[in-house]
Design a protein around this ligand. Structure first.
Ligand code: PLP
Length: 374
C-alpha cells in the first residue's frame, strides 16, 4: 500500500536542491568556519554566503541572522533574552514559546495571555505599561490561521519588543522581517524542505541577545558552538527554492485544501477548526477537522494502519492524549476537541492523493461512526 503523508507541518522531506547544496558544501567546505587556514576560510565563506541569502530572502541584514539548531532553540533564545519582568503572549503559541514563558512565570515574571477567537485568531488588546515583550506567531501550526502581526507591531509602544515565531509561514508565503516590524523572528529549515537541525533567529540590529549557551565566541557569542556550513547552505537552498515557487505552490495548496475539505464533507458531519475555505488569513498547508463521535487518537492510529499519516496536533505533543491547547483556546467543545485531526499538505501532493486519502479516511471512519451511534 502506498503511503500518503499529510503531516507536513511536523516536517517535510528534504528537497533535492537542499541535499545537493549540503553535499557540495560538505565536499568543498567541510572545515571549521572558525579555523584561520584556507580550509576553514572556505567553510566561513559558505556559511556567510548562506547567511546573506537567507537574510535577503527574509528582508533582513546578514548581521541580524543567528543560526541555531532549529526554532525551539531560537524561540527560547528570543524569549529569555527579551522578557523583562512582564510578557504578553497569544494563547496559541507553539509549546517552544509557551514553555519558556511558563519557566519565567516560576521565576516571578508576569505573563498576560491574550484570548483567541473561534477562527483561531488572537484578539489583541493594549498591553500592560510594564510589558517588555509580546509573543505572537505568524501562522498557527494547528489551524494555519495567519495572525495580525504587522498590526500588532504598529500598535505597540517602542519600549515593548515583539517576538514572532514564523516557522509555519516562512517558505509558504512572503515573509519580510523589516516590513512586519517585529523585533525578533524565528524560522526552521525542515518545515520548508530544508534539513533538520538548523534554524535562524532574526534580531533587529541593536537588540541585546543574552546567550543560552556559553563557551565559544561564534556568532558574536550570541550562539556559541561550531556552525554547520552544510546545514546553513541546505537551509538557504531550500528557502530559495520555496520562494521561487511560492505563487505556484500557494495556488496548488489552496486547491488541495479545498478538495480535501470537500471530500471530508461528503463523509458526514465534520467541523472545520480555523479559517474557512477561501479565507485569506490562512496558510493553505493546514486543514484542522473534527469528526464528532470519533476519538482522534483512535482515528489517527486507524489511519496510520491504512497508510495515511496525519496528526492530532504539534509533533512535540504527539504521544500525549491531552487535547490541543490551541483548539482549547479557540473555545472548542470537549466533543470537538477530542475528535480533531490536523492534515497538513505539500504542493508535491496531487488531487488524486487527496481523493485516495479521503477514500481511506471514509473506510476507517464509517465503522467508527456506526459504533458511536449504537
Ligand atoms: N514553532 C512552530 C510554530 C512549529 O510548528 C514548530 C515545529 O513543530 C516549532 C516552532 C519548532 O521547530 P523545530 O522543530 O525547528 O525546533
Amino acid at each position: 500500500m502506498r503511503s500518503i503523508y499529510l503531516d507536513h507541518n511536523a516536517t517535510t522531506p528534504l528537497l533535492l536542491e537542499a541535499a545537493d547544496a549540503m553535499r557540495r558544501t560538505e565536499a568543498e567546505a567541510f572545515g571549521n568556519p572558525a579555523s584561520a587556514h584556507h580550509i576553514g576560510r572556505a567553510a566561513r565563506r559558505a556559511l556567510e554566503d548562506a547567511r546573506e541569502r537567507i537574510a535577503a530572502l527574509l528582508g533582513a541584514s546578514p548581521d541580524e541572522v543567528t543560526f541555531t539548531s532549529g526554532a525551539t532553540e531560537a524561540n527560547n533564545l528570543a524569549v529569555f533574552a527579551l522578557a523583562g519582568g512582564r510578557v504578553t503572549a497569544s494563547p496559541i503559541e507553539h509549546p517552544c514559546v509557551v514553555e519558556p514563558l511558563r519557566q519565567l512565570e516560576t521565576r516571578g515574571f508576569a505573563v498576560d495571555w491574550w484570548p483567541a477567537n473561534s477562527r483561531g485568531l488572537v484578539a489583541p488588546s493594549p498591553v500592560h505599561a510594564d510589558a517588555r515583550l509580546v509573543c505572537v506567531m505568524l501562522a498557527n501550526h494547528e489551524t494555519g490561521a495567519i495572525q495580525p502581526v504587522r498590526e500588532i507591531a504598529a500598535a505597540l509602544p517602542t519600549k515593548t519588543a515583539l517576538h514572532c515565531d514564523a516557522v509555519q509561514a516562512v517558505g509558504k508565503f512572503p515573509v519580510n522581517f523589516r516590513e512586519l516590524g517585529v523585533t525578533t523572528l524565528t524560522a526552521s529549515a525542515h518545515k520548508f524542505g530544508g534539513p533538520k537541525g538548523v534554524g535562524v533567529l532574526l534580531a533587529k540590529r541593536g537588540t541585546k541577545l543574552h546567550p543560552l549557551l556559553f563557551g565559544g565566541h561564534q556568532q558574536q557569542g550570541k550562539r556559541p558552538g561550531t556552525e554547520s556550513a552544510p546545514l546553513a547552505a541546505g537551509m538557504a537552498a531550500a528557502l530559495d527554492h520555496a520562494t521561487r515557487n511560492m505563487p505556484a505552490n500557494l495556488a496548488k495548496l489552496t486547491a488541495l485544501r479545498a478538495r480535501l475539505w470537500e471530500r471530508l464533507c461528503e463523509l458526514g458531519p465534520v467541523v472545520l477548526n480555523g479559517p474557512e475555505i477561501g479565507a485569506t488569513d490562512v496558510v493553505p498547508t493546514t486543514l484542522n477537522v473534527s469528526f464528532p463521535g470519533c476519538r482522534a487518537d483512535l482515528l489517527l492510529m486507524a489511519l496510520d494502519l491504512a497508510g495515511v499519516a496525519c496528526s492530532t496536533g504539534s509533533a512535540c505533543s504527539s504521544g500525549s492524549l491531552l487535547p490541543s491547547p490551541v483548539l482549547r483556546a479557540m473555545g472548542l467543545s470537549d466533543e470537538l476537541l477530542h475528535s480533531a485531526l490536523r492534515f497538513s499538505l505539500s504542493p508535491r501532493l496531487e488531487l488524486d492523493d487527496i481523493d485516495e486519502a479521503a477514500s481511506r479516511i471514509s473506510s476507517v471512519l464509517r465503522p467508527m461512526w456506526k459504533f458511536a451511534t449504537l
